[in-house]
Design a protein around this ligand. Structure first.
Ligand SMILES: *Cc1c(COP(=O)(O)O)cnc(C)c1O
Length: 384
């Protein structure tokens, strides 16, 4: 056993975030208010989109996006089979049917040909997941799909990521959802953001975020008759972010580029250091854009590896290096397996990614010697 402990992920939060909380706490306006508005404005600017709407998580952001698009019972939404379970769950929240398709094991993103093949007259949207921060090829997807099928970006891992120079996640499809969970590159504890360039869609999502109210609480308080309740003409939810989180978000967003640059540097370093290990495939860099590097995920070739993936993970844990499977295959999870009678081999690439991927530590609280230690430990176990 080693006394060294390198976490898979740690948020980069410090004194500035702590100080930023003072304002909302002392002012007494702690729910969605001026800080959230600032965060939304800065987030929209940074990602080159017209509208950014802060919510409680990426899961609620995705749900709001589907509600805004009017997705309902009887509709189908195409979802990649290798993604976090929330991507598929939100389709069920709308009473619609998630239609799983396989992924490309090189990019971990949706297989566009297979997505095209699964379109029916009931298909209303495709959720393109920018998994681990690598943008899905939304342009190719757009070309492959009929025009009435909306593209929803699951940009949970992709704050600041680009498909191509100047083309940021968040404005690539019709609507996008981001996460500020502590495992993503910037965090507000829990939190999310939905972005779009469509003003009509934005208006519907703004109302649905706040119980379906026709005007926001802030507008009501600032208006001439703050004592009157607004109208409620659609079924909404309470998905509002707190102003404490908004204040933290403003500070975190200000650090995004610095955090991404550091992650880019170490991701490239890992790929260089691990390049000669036969049984490891390092993650494909983005051909023209910018990878968001939410996670650095290896693909282990089990035919060539002297150890199985789980053995490798447990040996690394014992040496003090935390790892995780990249993510899971939705069709192999109990709920989906039981409900839809999926077999593991229904989506063979997703199954293999489920069994053969491994995220190794990459975050902004690591030092150079931590990265060196991770590589040494991997080499010691695999190369002997
Ligand atoms: C993290 C993640 C989510 C969920 O985000 P929350 O903010 O925790 O709801 C959804 N999709 C993907 C691809 C994720 O990585």
């Amino acid at each position: 056993m080693s006394d060294r402990k390198i976490q898979i992920s740690l948020p980069s939060i410090g004194e500035e975030e702590w100080l930023a909380c003072k304002d909302p706490l002392m002012s007494g306006w702690v729910t969605q208010g001026p800080k959230v508005a600032l965060f939304e404005k800065a987030f929209a600017e940074r990602h080159g989109v017209k509208h950014a709407i802060a919510v409680t998580s990426c899961t609620t952001a995705l749900h709001l996006a589907l509600v805004g698009l009017g997705i309902k019972a009887g509709d189908e939404v195409i979802v990649p089979a290798f993604t976090w379970v929330a991507t598929a769950n939100v389709v069920l929240y709308c009473g619609a049917t998630p239609v799983l398709v396989d992924v490309d094991p090189k990019t971990f993103n949706i297989d566009i040909e297979q997505a095209r093949a699964r379109v029916t007259e009931k298909t209303r949207a495709v959720i393109a997941v920018h998994l681990f921060g690598r943008c899905a090829d939304v342009d190719a997807l757009r070309e492959a799909l009929p025009h009435n099928v909306a593209i929803v970006e699951d940009a949970a891992c992709a704050a600041g990521a680009e498909l191509a120079e100047g083309r940021c996640a968040g404005g690539l499809g019709d609507v996008a959802a981001f996460s500020f969970h502590p495992r993503k590159s910037i965090t507000t504890g829990e939190g999310g953001m939905v972005t779009t360039n469509d003003s009509v869609l934005a208006e519907r999502m703004l109302q649905a975020r706040n119980h379906g109210a026709s005007i926001s609480e802030e507008q009501r308080h600032a208006g001439p008759r703050p004592y009157l309740l607004p109208e409620f003409n659609l079924l909404g939810f309470n998905y509002r972010m707190t102003d404490i989180q908004g204040a933290i978000g403003v500070v975190q967003l200000g650090k995004l580029d610095e955090l991404l640059t550091e992650r880019e540097h170490w991701a490239a370093w890992y790929s260089e250091q691990l390049a000669d290990i036969d049984c490891i495939r390092t993650p494909a860099p983005s051909p023209s854009g910018r990878h968001g590097w939410q996670a650095y995920v290896l693909y282990i070739d089990l035919d060539k590896s002297p150890v199985a993936r789980n053995e490798l993970m447990s040996a690394l844990e014992e040496l003090g290096v935390s790892t995780r499977p990249g993510t899971h295959a939705v069709h192999m999870l109990g709920y989906y397996k039981n409900e839809y009678h999926y077999q593991d081999e229904d989506f063979p690439n997703a199954r293999d990614c489920n069994n053969q991927t491994m995220a190794i530590p990459l975050h902004n609280r690591m030092q150079a010697d931590d990265y060196q230690f991770v590589v040494q430990c991997i080499r010691r176990i695999i190369c002997g």
